[in-house]
Design a protein around this ligand. Structure first.
Ligand SMILES: Nc1ncnc2c1ncn2[C@@H]1O[C@H](COP(=O)(O)OP(=O)(O)O)[C@@H](O)[C@H]1O
Ligand SMILES: [Mg+2]
Length: 365
């Protein structure tokens, strides 16, 4: 088991800066996810680590071993890096049986024949494909093919597993099942893993660390709950989950238990302290599930209550999705135990100060 260190990686394709000086570390045995929209540089980063792409700058270490360095002119060929890679398209050989697809990496590495059969069986067992070694890929379901690709990457006991959107070709139900299965496999085998996805729920479920990428750069790096509960900026708050953004101005800092007071329209909301100074514009990020909607006005003087008008109410079974307006700004809320409200009705939305993140900025700055 090894850690992976990526330092100041840069990759350009002509005018396009696909990877713009990113650095991160995957601790031994952990799963780190590169999460971001299409085109943000996830695959390019993974391909540089795998050795399929030559970086313009930066270093990659696996454990103590320098496998790629633009400054020191080191470029270990892909097949000598001992990394297992799984591609979005699986990349199985259709003319080879499952067993031979999995054995391929071992044959390439000149593993003695006597050891290959056992290793292949173990790898197939790990991904719950025991007994299917004689089939051809076309005789397997999409999920099973994906597992063959994973077995093929694990069979030679790589130091690191690299997974590029491995679940995105599966239908929704199977994808959810495979997510948990893959996470269990990773935890049990303890293999250091870099996982690439554009799906924020997948990233939440699977990761020890999430690296949120945008336009070749890192916007935030942290645990799933860090990234979700304390988004570093508007991009992260908007990309990871649904967020409401309210524009306001900081009127006081260090209120109560170190909270910040932000004036939004006619109301002043208390938020988590965020290092935004008094007098500056602030953008508040609030998750719909952290808002409590009620038809009754709370007692006079209750803090953090916004009186809103219902624009639209969508009945969704367990919750009522409410699209609201207040002081010219839009808020989306999940209502519980409410009747189906008409457009134009009034509701009172209460928000715990600990659930409001103040981010510097706002469109008027
Ligand atoms: N071989 C290539 N030639 C030219 N441009 C490329 C090449 N590979 C990737 N790019 C560009 O680099 C950027 C990042 O691509 P990629 O790493 O594939 O993003 P992601 O995997 O996050 O969708 C995109 O703008 C893409 O068009
Ligand atoms: Mg990609």
């Amino acid at each position: 088991m090894q850690n992976v260190r990526v330092e100041k990686l840069v990759k350009r394709f002509g005018e396009v800066v696909a990877v713009d000086g990113i650095s991160f570390e995957v601790p031994k045995g952990k799963l780190l996810t590169l999460l971001g929209p299409s085109g943000c540089g996830k695959t390019t980063t993974l391909n540089i680590i795998a050795g399929f792409e030559t970086p313009d700058d930066g270093d990659v270490h696996v454990g103590e071993r320098l496998i790629s360095s633009a400054t020191e002119n080191v470029l270990v060929p892909a097949h000598k890096r001992n990394l297992g890679m799984v591609f979005q398209s699986y990349g199985l050989w259709p003319h080879l049986r499952v067993r031979d697809n999995v054995a391929f990496g071992l044959q390439m590495r000149k593993t003695p024949k006597s050891e290959i059969a056992g290793a292949v069986e173990r790898a197939l067992g790990l991904v719950r494909l025991d007994g299917l070694g004689e089939r051809y890929p076309s005789q397997l379901s999409g999920g099973q093919q994906q597992r063959v690709a994973i077995a093929r990457a694990l069979v030679y006991e790589p130091d690191v597993l690299l997974l590029d959107e491995p679940l995105s070709n599966l239908d929704a139900a199977l994808r959810e099942e495979m997510r948990l299965e893959l996470k269990d496999l990773q935890t049990q085998s303890g293999i250091t893993t870099i996982f690439v996805t554009h799906d924020q729920v997948e990233a939440m479920v699977m990761s020890d660390i999430i690296v949120v990428m945008n336009e070749g750069r890192i916007e935030q790096m942290g645990s799933p709950s860090d990234v979700y509960q304390h988004p570093a900026n508007e991009f992260v708050a908007g990309f990871v989950g649904i967020s409401n953004f309210l524009e306001g101005e900081v009127v006081a800092t260090g209120v109560g238990e170190g909270q910040t007071a932000v004036k939004v329209g006619e109301v002043t909301l208390l938020c988590k302290s965020a290092g935004v100074p008094e007098g500056s514009k602030a953008l508040l990020s609030i998750r719909p599930e952290d808002c409590v909607a009620s038809q009754e006005a709370p007692p006079e003087g209750t803090p953090n209550v916004i009186k809103c008008t219902v624009d639209k109410a969508v009945y969704m079974g367990g919750v009522l999705e409410l699209w609201l307006s207040a002081s010219g700004q839009k808020i989306r809320v999940h209502g519980h135990r409410l009747p189906i409200l008409e457009s134009g009705a009034s509701v009172y939305v209460s928000i715990d100060p600990a659930s409001i993140s103040a981010i510097k900025g706002g469109s008027s700055t």
